[in-house]
Design a protein around this ligand. Structure first.
Ligand code: DX5
Ligand code: ZN
Length: 240
């Protein structure tokens, strides 16, 4: 049984009220956010621009929780130093955006950050398999990246299941993260059953219909006691 304490919830600030960003990050942290998910978009890899280093630094100062920094940036190597300032943070690059993925992942690790690789819904898991042993996490996109508030793509769950099987078989401690369209409903539950242990949620946490604390509690209780795909305890260390 996967206890809910081992499912990490990562609110995505993309959906936050940016006139009140520090307060929103603070509220999410107070409500028990395990990680703060930070979407950096360059307008090239994805058809949208979000924010850059200055805003990430401000978020970093607004919480003690580790940042889960999702870089949607073409060829991110030159920009990595802007986002690798705190050793407890996780820096995630897209497999599709890196010409030399192994080198990029190695740079993140050498900087003392945790390294993650994301794959889009149309990208096979083979895109990460050769670096899996180096990774702290794999992010399986459950929407096409670029915008919050999109509908969850159920087909992505089979990739989570297959990655989970490989991680279990090899004895890795790699976290499996899902991002996009996750709500406090079947989308979160099926993701956990498939083997995900980090749930990103933007509009489900930051919205006008309920306070952040209530939304966080709803997400937490939704996945409470859900069994993973094989009904076994995942072979993963809790997040440090
Ligand atoms: C989409 C981003 C997501 C987004 C999720 O490109 O990577 O992190 O903020 O938003 P929701 O949870 O609203 O789908
Ligand atoms: Zn994201």
């Amino acid at each position: 049984m996967v206890s809910d304490a081992r499912i990490l919830i990562a609110p995505s600030v993309l959906a936050a009220d940016f006139t009140n960003l520090g307060r929103q990050v603070h509220d999410a942290t107070e409500a028990g956010a395990d990680l703060i998910h930070v979407d950096v978009m360059d307008g090239q890899f994805v058809p949208n621009i979000s924010f850059g280093e200055a805003v990430v630094d401000a978020i970093r100062r607004s919480t003690d929780a580790p940042l889960n920094i999702h870089l949607m940036i073409v060829e991110p190597d030159d920009l990595l130093p802007a986002f690798m300032k705190s050793s407890g943070d996780q820096v995630i690059v897209h497999a599709e955006a890196c010409r030399h993925l192994h080198r990029t992942v190695t740079r993140i690790k050498e900087a003392g950050c945790q390294a993650g690789v994301a794959i889009n819904p149309g990208t096979p898991i083979s895109a990460v398999e050769e670096v899996l042993h180096l990774l702290d996490l794999v992010l399986v996109m459950t929407v096409n990246p670029g915008f919050g508030g999109q509908a969850f793509i159920p087909g992505a769950l089979t990739k989570v299941e297959r990655l989970y099987q490989t991680i279990q078989k090899e004895g890795y401690e790699t976290h499996l993260e899902v991002d996009g369209g996750i709500k406090a409903d079947w989308t979160a539950q099926e993701s956990v059953k498939a083997g995900a242990d980090i749930l990103v949620a933007g509009t489900a946490i930051f919205n006008d219909s309920e306070p952040v604390s209530q939304a966080m509690a709803g997400m937490r209780s939704c996945v409470h006691g859900i069994r993973d795909a094989r009904g076994t305890e995942p072979h993963r260390a809790p997040h440090a």
